[in-house]
Design a protein around this ligand. Structure first.
Ligand SMILES: Cc1cc2nc3c(=O)[nH]c(=O)nc-3n(C[C@H](O)[C@H](O)[C@H](O)COP(=O)(O)O)c2cc1C
Length: 203
């Protein structure tokens, strides 16, 4: 069996994948003296025990946040509210390697020290309990240490996308095209020691 997945026509799977609800969040972290945050939509609930919430948060390896989270083992998920549209540009279109993203963004901190951004729909302060290497990204399994819902309305990527100024939308299209090329090159490079045992011999 080939280790490389087949090309799938986006027209065949797009309508199904677009139907998966994606939250829009600022994933923040602290490592030593350094704080940073990025935008993420690839976040899912990963616990059936209501009072022990867990999430899986997918962070791409090219991001500065990736190494900070891998080093510190902590992150906070700040679910965005509709009036936080500017954070999509500030946290999602530029890298903490190039700018201090929190120079002009106020924040408080919880147990992990990861920034909690006021005005968010709510936030979850979390620590990493495990991680899966995906080649181009890492899926961090995190458990929630503190949680607070503050706002009344959340913003989804579906709501936000049509509200982006044209130059942001253009920059997003350029950035995602470049990152898709990087992923295509790196998604097969999974650390074998972290590979899930193959139990089926199907196609
Ligand atoms: C709408 C949107 C959704 C995004 N979703 C994710 C995601 O789920 N996971 C991820 O790692 N990066 C995601 N990104 C990309 C990062 O936010 C972006 O690359 C950021 O500049 C990384 O910042 P950093 O280098 O300071 O960590 C998203 C960006 C946007 C604008």
């Amino acid at each position: 069996m080939s280790t490389r997945a087949p090309d799938i026509d986006p027209a065949d799977c797009g309508p199904m994948l677009a139907g998966l609800t994606a939250p829009l969040a600022a994933v923040s972290t602290r490592s030593a003296d350094s704080v940073n945050a990025q935008i993420a939509v690839a976040i899912t609930s990963a616990s059936i025990v209501l009072h022990r919430p867990r999430l899986i948060v997918q962070i791409y390896r090219t991001n500065h946040s990736h190494d900070l989270i891998a080093n510190s083992g902590v992150l906070a998920v700040n679910f965005l509210s509709p009036d936080q549209l500017p954070l999509i540009w500030e946290l999602g279109m530029q890298s903490g390697r190039d700018v201090d993203k929190f120079e002009h963004i106020p924040y408080s901190t919880g147990p992990t020290g990861s920034p909690l951004i006021p005005g968010s729909f709510g936030y979850l302060d979390c620590r990493v309990v495990n991680a899966m290497d995906g080649g181009d990204m890492t899926a961090f399994l995190v458990e929630v240490l503190t949680a607070q819902t503050v706002g009344h309305e959340r913003m989804t990527w579906r709501d936000a996308r049509p509200r982006l100024p044209q130059n942001w939308a253009d920059e997003w299209d350029r950035k995602i095209a470049s990152e898709m090329n990087i992923s295509l090159d790196t998604m097969g490079a999974i650390n074998p020691s972290a590979r899930v045992e193959q139990t089926r011999s199907g196609p």
